[in-house]
Design a protein around this ligand. Structure first.
Ligand code: GN1
Ligand code: MG
Length: 379
């Protein structure tokens, strides 16, 4: 057994697993934490677990994240199998340590946690076929249902785990500092992207200002609603069915508009976030319509979950979060790639470029996007 596997096994041994570990593989999903999938022999069955090392640079207080995750998973747990029975989402289930804790701090000071693996399928992009639209709609409906659960929680009971996470003006100010410092002498390479960022500065306060003034509500939100954070049933005869919303690290007080916007940003273009053929980066309006249908309509017929001021800012939110994400990738590129995991030189610059392209296409198609909202969201 190589040293790494041995080490992972000794970490897994701390958790209350159903049997002996028979396999461990790294999982590449995500730009922040280190994730591994472990298989355990439990009698005749094999059970799988997700082991994660929490990135302590990004999350300096893992204890606060785990507090939030416990509150959220318990709220969903209470609801699962309740009123909405099988139609509802499953909670992500933490595995406790043998000492009864929800995470483990190893001798090097690294924090680890373990979930029951959610068997199913995830999509990094919406598939380019007819079923793709159903997948987009169902993913959006899953985030809406998730948001409905969170809506019942008191925002004051959740910690802010990353200060200024979706504070676009602060993100922009950090970009300005990175440009001024030019610590890695990369501003020259990124001059066009820097120019784009500066040209969009006016977008910065479009969501944070109404939020700070109380014109839109502060809610408990997911804050990382990429489409690959929804696990689907991979064997559902009636069409795509979302099982579970995952990646709860950034669940904290925020705006639902960022959740809608980030879902749109991550799924409305059929290409990946690091695509280098920029001419392929554009919005698919059909996907947008499917997302709006899933996120903004209330099939239960109950009161609409969005306030009028939120509805008016839905399209703006898509632009703002796309801008913010572009700014974050660009800042990280200029700072020497210290935040997002990269796999090639200029990876963060490539990511920033796709986001600026997407933003430009959103602006170009703004009228069509607004029209889709008007036609699909009941006022
Ligand atoms: C990060 O690691 P991942 O893919 O779940 C980031 C998000 C970004 C996203 C961009 C804690 O999420 O905010 O939108 O990359 N998460 C954190 O792909 O910063
Ligand atoms: Mg995430």
């Amino acid at each position: 057994m190589n040293e790494m596997i041995q080490r992972l096994c000794s970490i897994l041994d701390v958790f209350e697993l159903a049997g002996d570990v028979v396999d461990i593989i790294p999982c590449k999903a995500g730009h922040i934490n280190d994730t591994f999938i472990a298989a355990v022999q439990a009698g005749k069955e094999v059970e799988r677990y997700t082991l994660q090392r929490i990135n302590s640079v990004v999350f300096p207080r893992p204890d606060l994240i785990m507090h939030n995750i416990r509150i959220v998973t318990e709220a969903i747990e209470k609801k699962a199998g309740g009123e909405r029975g099988d139609c509802d989402l499953r909670p992500l289930a933490l595995v406790q340590t043998r000492a009864g804790e929800s995470y483990y701090k190893d001798d090097d000071g690294a924090y680890w946690r373990c979930y029951h693996y959610v068997e199913g399928i995830t999509y990094n992009q919406v598939p380019p076929d007819k079923e793709g639209l159903l997948i987009a709609r169902e993913a959006a409906a899953a985030f809406r249902r998730f948001g409905d659960h969170l809506g019942k929680l008191n925002v004051r009971n959740l910690h802010v785990t990353i200060e200024d996470f979706h504070n676009t003006p602060v993100r922009f100010a950090r970009l300005r500092e990175a440009i001024a410092g030019d610590s890695h002498k990369r501003t020259h390479d990124a001059s066009r992207e820097i120019e784009s960022a500066l040209a969009w500065e006016d977008l910065c306060g479009a969501i944070t200002e109404p939020l700070q003034r109380g014109h839109i509500p502060l809610r408990v939100t997911h804050n990382d609603t990429k489409i690959n954070n929804v696990v689907f049933d991979d064997d559902c005869k009636q069409g795509p069915k979302a099982l579970c919303v995952i990646d709860l690290d950034t669940v904290m007080p925020g705006s639902l508009l960022f959740d809608f916007g980030d879902l749109v940003r991550s799924s409305v273009c059929e290409r990946s976030e690091d695509e280098t053929d920029l001419d392929t980066i554009q919005i698919n309006l059909k996907i947008f319509e499917a997302l709006v249908g899933g996120f903004c309509t209330n099939p239960g017929g109950g009161p609409p979950s969005l306030t009028q001021s939120e509805r008016e800012l839905l399209v703006t939110a898509c632009l703002v979060i796309t801008f913010e994400t572009a700014v974050r990738f660009l800042t990280d590129y200029l700072m020497g790639d210290v935040y997002f995991r990269t796999e090639r030189p200029r990876h963060n610059l490539d990511r920033a470029r796709t986001q600026f392209r997407l933003l430009a296409d959103m602006e170009r198609k703004r009228g069509a996007l607004e029209q889709i909202i008007t036609e699909n969201v009941q006022w």
